[in-house]
Design a protein around this ligand. Structure first.
Ligand code: 5AD
Ligand code: SF4
Length: 473
């Protein structure tokens, strides 16, 4: 039998992007090659997101479209196996097969290592397969090693799940309890990714800064009881991998920002000065109803401690507007926090009641039009702050890690330490390297720059670059 084709469509967060790549790796031994096109694929998997109602509903409209493709393929004498993976699969399980009986496969995020077996079974029978267990074995121990060629920037999941139970959030139910991968496995995977061409790693986890993975056996404990490594220790070790230029991590919980990790921001030049630290709200009343473990002052203190360690650090965040009981004064508190911390960027959402979460049953739900108006005001402020920040970059020199060709010929595209896309006229041989770039134009979401004169052929080692730490403009 020739190669069979696999199409995975990914929704939601970066962890789903990572998971989709791992699913493709898991199915490669069965002869599956990835295709961009769904219409003729032998297996189509939707890797889904359940975080807000809109994200979850998208799955069913997408399934409607795929149902037609599947029928057309059948008319041509072929078969399309249609699967739903990710958090909607975990949350809705059998319900998906009731609402969309043409689906063949439902698999939750903790069961991806069982996917090849499920496909083999489906090859022999038409009975839908469903696996939304939280198995006792870890999928990480059973998934094959990373196979796909890596890009310049790669994701690496180090932690998964959440025990925080914010009252609005489905993640503790869909991703399960917190789990940290052993540090040795993470280091091995990081080395493989760097060997395959990665120059920047983004460590992923729902509570990534609460990472506490088993220390590698080859390291003797530095102090009694340090059988586990925190994220700061892990990052320090990753930084010694030759060829790796930049390290980032996402997403973090404010009160898990411990001293070791803050110190890593001071000591590890490869750790980028840009941290995603969701605040959700600036109102103590709302934060308490959200079951967050910090108030607004606590959040400010944590941000200040990080800025003291790394003066050019900038923050991005997530905010929810219109949480039950949020009044005008509470919303103003959020705007104040946004101004005070000077967020460079943030994702903001209207509160979306999710079935089974405590907040969905709270009194004082905020009317939709109030949510919409607040969201607009918040996004306007955030947009202004981002534009100001970008404008202040104009004229400065920033380190840019080039990732790929630009849209225009002769242009390549890289990222600043703050993850902002930077377009530069330069040869493609620079892809995968860092260069000093003078910013000549700032836009709302990107920068245009010119290679600094000394950049003719040389590639500057990142450590010296970053220790120059383009002062926060
Ligand atoms: N409604 C709106 N936004 C939500 N988020 C999580 N749950 C909800 C919800 N029910 C947002 C939070 C979180 C981000 C990933 O999604 O801001 O940090
Ligand atoms: Fe959801 Fe809160 Fe856990 Fe983040 S910390 S995943 S918002 S429950």
């Amino acid at each position: 039998m020739g190669a069979r084709t696999l199409h995975i469509k990914t929704f939601g967060c970066q962890m789903n992007v990572y998971d989709s790549a791992r699913m493709a790796d898991a199915l490669a031994p069965l002869g599956f090659v990835s295709t961009e096109r769904a219409d003729d694929a032998d297996v189509v998997i939707l890797n889904t997101c359940h975080i807000r109602a809109k994200a979850a509903e998208k799955v069913y409209s997408e399934l409607g479209r795929l149902r037609r493709l599947k029928a057309q393929k059948k008319d041509r004498g072929g078969r399309m196996i249609l699967g739903v993976a990710g958090c909607v699969a975990q949350a809705e399980g059998e319900e998906i097969l009731r609402r969309a009986p043409f689906v063949d496969l439902v698999v939750g995020p903790q069961a991806y290592h069982r996917l090849p077996r499920m496909i083999v079974d489906l090859d022999r029978s038409a009975v839908p397969a469903i696996d939304v267990d939280f198995p006792p074995e870890s999928k990480f121990d059973h998934l094959p090693e990373f196979g796909a060629a890596s890009g310049v920037g790669a994701f690496l999941t180090v932690q998964e799940g959440c025990d925080k139970f914010c009252s609005f959030c489905v993640v503790p139910y869909t991703r399960g309890a917190e789990y940290s991968r052993p540090a040795g496995d993470v280091l091995d995977e990081a080395r493989r990714l760097v060997d395959a061409g990665a120059r920047e790693l983004t460590l992923l986890g729902q509570n990534v800064n609460n990472y506490h993975g088993a220390r590698p056996r080859t390291f003797s404990p530095s102090r009694p009881g340090s059988a586990e490594w925190g994220l700061g220790r892990l990052i320090a070790e990753l930084a010694s991998i030759e060829g790796l230029e930049r390290i980032r991590y996402t997403t973090s919980y404010p009160t898990d920002m411990n001293a070791e990790l803050i110190a890593a921001h001071r000591d590890v030049a490869k750790l980028m000065p840009f941290v995603h630290l969701p605040a959700q709200s600036g109102s103590d009343k709302v934060l308490s109803a959200m079951n967050r473990r910090h108030d607004a002052a606590g959040y400010r203190r944590i941000a200040e401690a990080m800025r003291a360690a790394r003066p050019d650090i900038a923050f991005s965040s997530d905010f929810i507007v219109g949480f039950p009981g949020e009044g005008e004064a509470d919303f103003e508190d959020t705007l104040r926090l946004v101004r005070d911390v000077g967020f460079l960027q943030a994702y903001s959402f209207k509160y979306s009641p999710r079935p089974g979460t405590p907040a969905a049953a709270m009194a004082d739900q905020v009317p939709e039009r109030v949510k919409a108006a607040r969201l607009m005001r918040l996004q306007e402020l955030l947009g202004d702050q981002q534009m100001d920040f970008n404008r202040r970059c104009a004229g400065t020199v920033v380190g840019v890690l080039f990732e790929r060709r630009g849209r225009r010929s002769g242009q390549i595209l890289g990222r600043s330490p703050y993850s902002l896309p930077v377009h530069v006229e330069a040869g493609e041989d620079r892809i995968g390297t860092i260069a000093e770039v003078r910013v000549i134009r700032a836009y709302a979401n990107s920068l245009r720059g010119r290679l600094e004169p000394g950049e003719s052929n040389s590639v500057i080692p990142s450590a010296t670059m970053e220790s120059r730490a383009e002062a926060r403009p």
